[in-house]
Design a protein around this ligand. Structure first.
Ligand SMILES: CC(C)(COP(=O)(O)OP(=O)(O)OC[C@H]1O[C@@H](n2cnc3c(N)ncnc32)[C@H](O)[C@@H]1OP(=O)(O)O)[C@@H](O)C(=O)NCCC(=O)NCCS
Length: 187
């Protein structure tokens, strides 16, 4: 059992520890405790509910990040390895979708190694070029820039989003890893 809440300052070290754990496995980009504290209003956290823990126990979190006036990203989505498969990740992303809609974004994106998780939530695969504000903001600093194994996915938040063409020729896109294969959307 868990409940979703707004993140508190005291949650930052725990969120940082979860992100660090997955960053060490190259599953996501690392972030500092300071960057978490500075973006607290953009986070949602899952807090363990039963059996009633003596102290507040954050078991997951996710952050809504603006990439462009129309485009936001689900960033730093983490679920405690001991609590995966309980629906926490799904609930966190659903809350991030609600936040993104409420803030007026037209599209939500993710760059991820778990595309099937996002497909199951209604996201669809796109080319990285279609979310290139992510490349301008983050990918350039990513250690996987020349060997990217991640998948770009988006979800439209309004019926007919009107988006600028994000494709730019002056910035190269990340190079795909030789191990990268297109998503099999059939099986
Ligand atoms: C990916 C992650 C957030 C999923 O969280 P979770 O709480 O285990 O997921 P849920 O229990 O809510 O599962 C929701 C659905 O996604 C599916 N799913 C979950 N993890 C999956 C995975 N790794 N691959 C494929 N499908 C997955 C589940 O089967 C479930 O499908 P269903 O609703 O049809 O039954 C979690 O595994 C995690 O923290 N992974 C490490 C960090 C990471 O990769 N974050 C994403 C960065 S973009």
């Amino acid at each position: 059992m868990f409940r979703l809440e707004e993140a508190r300052v005291e949650d930052a070290p725990r969120l940082h520890a979860l992100v660090e754990r997955y960053a060490a496995q190259n599953v996501m980009l690392p972030r500092t405790v300071e960057s978490i504290v500075q973006t607290l209003p953009d986070w949602v956290v899952a807090v363990a509910e039963a059996p009633a823990p003596a102290v507040r126990q954050v078991v997951g979190g996710a952050c809504l990040t603006v990439l462009a006036p129309e485009l936001a990203e689900v960033r730093s989505l983490v679920v405690d390895p001991e609590r995966q498969g309980e629906g926490i990740g799904r609930c966190l992303v659903e809350r991030i979708i609600d936040m993104a809609r409420a803030r007026g974004y037209q599209q939500l994106c993710a760059l991820t190694l778990v595309p099937k998780f996002f497909l199951s939530m209604g996201f669809r695969p796109v080319e990285v070029a279609d979310i290139s504000p992510k490349v301008w903001v983050d990918c350039q600093h990513c250690p996987k820039y020349e060997c990217c194994d991640e998948y770009a996915l988006v979800m439209d938040l309004v019926p007919n989003p009107v988006l600028p063409n994000y494709r730019r020729t002056d910035l190269p896109l990340p190079m795909k890893s030789p191990n990268w294969v297109p998503l099999d959307l059939v099986s």
